[in-house]
Ligand binder design. Sequence first.
Ligand code: BJW
Ligand code: ZN
Length: 251
Amino acid sequence: MKDTFLKVVNLLMNSKNIVFFTGAGISAESGVATFRGSDDSIWSKFKPEELANFNAFMRNPDLVWEWYQYRREIISNVKPNPAHITIAKFEQYFPNLAVITQNVDNLHKRAGSTNVFELHGNIERNYCIQCHTYYNTSDFDLKSKSVPKCKCGGLIRPDIVWFGEALPEYTFSKSKEIAETADIIFIIGTSGVVYPAAYIPVWGKQNGAKLIEINITYSELSNYCDFTLLGKAGEILPVIFELFTQNVDKV
Ligand code: BJW
Ligand code: ZN
């Protein structure tokens, strides 16, 4: 493991464009449940097809809204963890650094990362399904169990990409472009099963990026990776940062 850490640091020393491609696992140590792979995962308590798609919302908007209010409440009470914070600190050394995240929890921005691409939306934003007016979550009562309505009468939904929906066009195409010019892509805390997001690191690899995975277990993307560091992101990333800064400061 020590040897792999040193190889990763060596790669960092010779890189300019670095990307962090992140999933739910990076927020697990903050106390946000992942979607798959643990008894704690969101999907183990609710069936995704019941909640995370537009038809489900139209069938039972109050239930879906309540589920998101419950998750917003959790997110509003947690903090970025050492993994989010370390990524933000790397920006001092890599001004082109980009975070491409599948997460909707806003924790990268709260940690201080400035160049964040949210592939699946953001739980703090909402929009009217009829006139597309945007609303912040702070516009609504967090405890309210019924879906709010827009001034036009339309239902308001979370600005999150549900199954069967397209990813935000600019964010997705820019993320592809960034991955294709990356020297290193860190793949952190994602199972790599959800597409088209999971193509992002693969496109990077096809264009010469080294892929470094950090996960507590192997994922669907592990076979593409040059290195997989098994362990918690909040423990591994600070070690890499520390080793990197020690070496950079020597140069
Ligand atoms: C740790 C850790 C620690 C734990 N440290 N690690 C091609 C092939 C097959 C299927 C498809 C395909 N293309 C499209 C599809 C269909 C579908 C899809 O991918 N389905 C698969 C599940 C089979 N995709 C879609 O429907 C997408 N839309 C689409 O394709 O539209 C087409 C279209 C085009 C044009 C016009 C119209 C339509 C949309 C996908 C949207 C995904 N949305 C979700 C839910 C949002 C709702 C919500 O949040 O409430 O986004 S799904 C859910 O999964 C969420 C996540 O962002 C996403 C990815 O999950 P992630 O982040 O990887 O989390 P987990 O839980 O899976 O993994 C956590 C990992 O962390 C694990 O590996 C742990 O080991 C690890 N971990 N603790 C490090 N401390
Ligand atoms: Zn409206």
